[in-house]
Design a protein around this ligand. Structure first.
Ligand SMILES: *Cc1c(COP(=O)(O)O)cnc(C)c1O
Length: 435
């Protein structure tokens, strides 16, 4: 068991203002931040600089899969940094090979490329698709409306949300968007230039919308027929979050034909390094050899330090069966949240997701919802939960996401759920004149 690091002495309110002032003066304001200055954390808990504790059910947006400052990562960082931190990809080293082997064994026969983020992993997949279709002059990739694929220029072109593209035109060419979970729409969008389809197994930023089994199997068949690549962005929903290593494995459980399903490429990041910045993509055999020497690269990709952390993360996840925990706690949260929804049909419209990737969709107009009416309902609810000591993440204007660490304990989940219930109770019983 890890020793709990003594908390630094709480600092006074003025220091919060000082830190925020540093940001206002010196940091590009591209993020809308909560009014919260965090100082340290352990397991599912984080503390702000005033000494207040929060249960982090947002998990750094699906990154902190082992919770905050897990001892396993600290140990891996210390041990590996004493041996080799970085060597460039001009040379071989054992941990990159072992990590690739481990990921391949969890998905299927293929090869891995290592990079540093989700957007960069997706960039690699776009390049693979273009390389695959190059000799035939095919380059177009079909993606889904409401998708999210990252903030690079090609990433925002791939993403099916206008708000993310606005102001950065002209867009990178070669992307078409169609409604999600609509196979016919993909079929209709195919042109002679189409080379690939890219989807999330569960749309994350788009509001926690899982693909249906029919959609996945239908896309596989369609891509085979048209000699197109089926690419999946598993940056948010991967790494045992849904109960299985990949969300498609969970979605297709028990579905006839599901056991043999594999996409042609999968992008990963977020929980891959559980907080250490890292990305990767898997390519199904024989596509793993499409990117020959000199065609793709990144200086930091697959460094000894990053790979030793990711190897340790996978080892802990497998040894502690965190997929099973995510499935069990996810099912429990889902049933509790659905009960809450039945109790408050005027507040909760639907609860969706698999494992510990859950979305609570709010009703279009919640009467008496406290907070600034200029703010989206999802944001107002996230703020109310935050005041009550629970961190969550909004997805769009109507959905609140729960993406807690996969090693959350049942009693921690129970405690968090009680707080969530209290907050919903308070909204339901609130009279308009109350503050
Ligand atoms: C977060 C996310 C990305 C982008 O990852 P970055 O590491 O921020 O570049 C891409 N796709 C999905 C589905 C994501 O959730």
């Amino acid at each position: 068991m890890k020793e709990i690091v003594p908390a630094p002495p709480p600092i006074v309110r003025n220091d919060v203002a000082t830190i925020q002032g540093l940001f206002q003066q010196n940091v590009v304001p591209s993020y809308g931040r909560f009014d919260l200055v965090l100082s340290h954390g352990t397991g599912p808990y984080v503390w702000d600089v005033t000494g207040r504790r929060y249960t982090d059910l947002g998990g750094g947006i699906a990154v902190n899969a082992l919770g905050h400052s897990p001892a396993a990562i600290t140990d891996a960082l210390i041990e590996q940094s004493r041996k080799l931190v970085h060597i460039s990809n001009l040379y071989y080293h054992e941990t990159q090979g072992r990590l690739a082997q481990n990921i391949v064994s969890l998905i299927g026969s293929g090869k891995i490329f290592f990079c540093n983020s989700g957007a960069e992993a997706n960039e690699g997949l776009y390049k693979v698709a273009r390389k695959f279709g190059h000799d035939e002059g095919r380059f177009e990739i079909i993606t889904a409306l409401n998708s999210f694929h990252g903030r690079t220029l090609a990433g925002i072109a791939a993403t099916g949300q206008d708000k993310i593209k606005k102001g950065f035109e002209p867009a990178v060419t070669g992307f078409r968007h169609v409604p999600y979970n609509d196979l016919q729409a993909v079929r209709d969008a195919i042109s002679p230039a189409t080379i690939a389809v890219l989807i999330e197994g569960i749309q994350g930023e788009g509001g926690v919308t899982p693909a249906t089994p029919e959609y996945l199997l239908g896309l596989r068949k369609l891509c085979d027929e048209r000699k197109m690549l089926l690419l999946m962005d598993a940056v948010q929903d991967g790494h045992f979050r849904t109960g299985r290593f990949q969300s498609f494995q969970r979605i297709l459980e028990g579905v006839p034909g599901g056991e043999t399903f594999l996409p042609d490429g999968i992008s990963m990041a977020k929980s891959l390094g559980a907080g250490f910045p890292m990305g990767a993509f898997w390519l199904r055999s024989p596509h793993g050899d499409l990117l020959s020497a000199g065609t793709h690269g990144t200086t930091y990709g697959g460094s000894p330090l990053a790979c030793s952390v990711a190897l340790k993360v996978l080892e802990v996840m497998q040894r502690e069966k965190l997929g099973d925990n995510a499935r069990m706690l996810g099912d429990w949260f889902k049933s509790k949240l659905r009960e809450l929804g039945e109790k408050h049909p005027g507040i909760i419209r639907e609860v969706r997701g698999h494992g510990l990737m859950l979305g609570i969709e709010l009703c279009p107009e919640i009467p008496n919802l406290p907070g600034d009416p200029a703010k989206a309902q999802s944001m107002r609810l996230v703020l109310l939960l935050q005041e009550a000591g629970i961190l969550t993440v909004p997805a769009g204007t109507q959905v609140i996401r729960l993406l807690p660490p996969l090693n959350l304990l049942q009693e921690q989940a129970v405690e968090a759920m009680q707080t969530i219930e209290t907050v919903f109770e308070r909204i339901a019983t609130r009279v308009p004149s109350a503050a």
